[in-house]
Design a protein around this ligand. Structure first.
Ligand SMILES: [Zn+2]
Length: 104
């Protein structure tokens, strides 16, 4: 899924105008589908692969921040490609560093 696919296919929650991004605080995992997130300790949201705490924010704001991060080299030489590659619907696992999503 690229940016276009993610925005087109991700479900709306709470109201018709909001799509959410769910992102891990302990690995590079993220998704835009609530169904991909699991319940962790104490009922918090968690990464389905490593149980790290997952937070959520507006999908549009999350995608905008990814562009900001890519411009500053946060994802390494593959830039936004590796950010999209780390979406759950593209990879079905999680890694600790973005470079592990791309094979040179
Ligand atoms: Zn994880």
């Amino acid at each position: 899924m690229n940016e276009h696919d993610i925005l087109k296919q991700s479900p709306f929650k709470i109201s018709k105008s909001i799509q959410w991004a769910y992102y891990s605080t302990g690995c590079c995992w993220w998704t835009s589908f609530a169904a991909d997130v699991v319940e962790g300790d104490g009922g918090s949201l968690a990464c389905p692969h490593c149980d790290a705490l997952v937070l959520q924010m507006s999908l549009l704001a999350f995608l905008e921040s990814s562009v900001f991060n890519a411009e500053r080299g946060f994802y390494g030489k593959h830039g936004l490609d590796v950010f999209y590659a780390s979406h759950e619907r593209n990879v079905h696992t999680c890694h600790q560093v973005f470079s592990d999503y791309m094979i040179d």
